[in-house]
Design a protein around this ligand. Structure first.
Ligand code: NAP
Ligand code: GDD
Length: 338
């Protein structure tokens, strides 16, 4: 046991699952913020509690919302965590065009509220802060050079603009108050627990469901973009490593490879012996007013300073997701037939 206490916003999300898992294995008590909703969206945390029953007692959840500064500050001051991970976000880029002000409130102001809480607690005891920054901040940078910590930002969505603001809030609190505050600039990372309306999961789930006879078509948007995709389980290790350093800093976390959506389709549909061209249709609803065409990260600073590098290849990631979705499709089929 480390005896350390972590506070995670966004604990019910994809990264929340993998980070909580890692921290429990490291001996932390994990405290998490959950939103009150009518449908209790806690399936990933419930899954974790089932997978790690001996650790279940060490997870404590609090109702709250990062847009509610008073609530966030109260929880942080009462629980006195050693490490705060701000993963909460309206994380869908396309949706941010429909809800720009809400996205700003959650992704930018939410970060500021957490930073204020950390600043106040830091007067009492040392506390470290992690901000979930993103490769989307590079957005419209021209060319195909890999993006690093020194590449300028050019946000191309309300999501990305809000994340740029949060990035700068984090740097400013580090400089102004001397608090340990770091930005992980993470490139796209995926897993079997990825939300179903992100393109990787949408594709692996569709391939599995089409194979199982549960779906006949897959509607997608822009197929011409390139992304640097990694495995979420590997990327949360980088978050934790950043927080174990003596000095806080900002790090790009990426695989260093870039792949097209067509390559992703080839792999996912190939894994179930189908040709995606027989099933994919283009639907304008999934296009974005401004698009991020090309992402490829240079994580050499993380390799040098943190000793971090990804363990899972793109091919292994897609296979892992297809296998998991084939299992889900088989369960769905059994339910339909019973
Ligand atoms: P995710 O699965 O969409 O999870 C987002 C989490 O934020 C969920 O737990 C969600 O709660 C919570 N949340 C949303 N609005 C909130 C609010 N107002 N107050 C409190 N909690 C709120 O996202 P993810 O993939 O795990 O990503 C985690 C973080 O990393 C996000 O900040 C994302 O922007 C950032 N990021 C992700 C990637 C990636 O490729 N995955 C890359 C770079 C950066 P509900 O369950 O109630 O919705
Ligand atoms: N979601 C989605 N749905 N994307 C599609 C579709 C579709 O039907 N068709 C094509 N795409 C394209 C998008 O236009 C985008 O260029 C690319 O696939 C990836 O889209 P997403 O999977 O939605 O991810 P994202 O890159 O926009 O954002 C994710 O990664 C960011 C890091 O770069 C999110 O996880 C963000 O929260 C994260 O910051």
């Amino acid at each position: 046991m480390t005896g350390k206490r972590a506070f995670i916003t966004g604990i019910t999300g994809q990264d929340g699952y993998y980070l909580t898992r890692l921290l429990l294995e490291q001996g932390y008590d994990v405290h998490g913020l959950v939103r009150r909703t009518s449908s209790m969206p806690r399936r990933r945390i419930d899954q974790l509690r089932e997978e790690m029953p001996d650790y279940a007692e060490r997870i404590t959840l609090y109702y709250g919302d990062v847009t509610d500064a008073s609530g966030v500050i109260r929880i942080v001051m009462e629980q006195e965590p050693d490490e705060v991970y701000n993963l909460a976000a309206q994380s869908h880029v396309r949706v941010s065009f429909d809800n720009p002000a809400y996205t700003q409130a959650v992704n930018a102001d939410g970060c500021l509220h957490l930073l204020e809480a950390v600043r106040l607690l830091n007067q009492r005891k040392p506390v470290k802060f992690y901000q979930a920054s993103t490769s989307e901040m590079y957005g419209g940078i021209p060319g195909t050079a890999p993006q690093s910590e020194t590449t300028p930002f050019h946000p191309r969505s309300p999501y990305a603009s809000a994340k740029v603001a949060a990035f700068h809030h984090t740097v400013n609190y580090r400089e102004a108050y001397g608090i340990f505050a770091c930005n992980g600039i993470l490139f796209n990372h995926e897993s079997p627990l990825r939300g179903e309306n992100f393109v990787t999961r949408k594709i692996t789930l569709a391939a599995a469901r089409i194979r199982a006879g549960l779906q006949s078509q897959l509607a997608l948007g822009n197929l011409d973009v390139m992304r640097d995709w990694g495995y979420a389980g590997d990327y949360v290790e980088a978050m934790w490593l950043m927080m174990q350093q003596d000095e806080s800093d900002d790090f790009v976390i990426a695989s260093g490879e870039t792949h097209s959506i067509r390559e992703l389709l080839d792999l996912a549909f190939g894994a179930v012996n189908l040709d995606w061209q027989d099933y994919v249709v283009i639907d304008k609803r999934y296009l974005r007013p401004t698009e991020v065409e090309f992402l490829r990260g240079d994580a050499s600073k993380a390799r040098r300073v943190l000793g971090w590098q990804p363990k899972t290849s793109f091919e292994e990631l897609v296979q892992m997701m297809v296998d998991s979705d084939c299992q889900l499709a088989a369960d769905e089929r059994r339910r339909e037939c019973s």
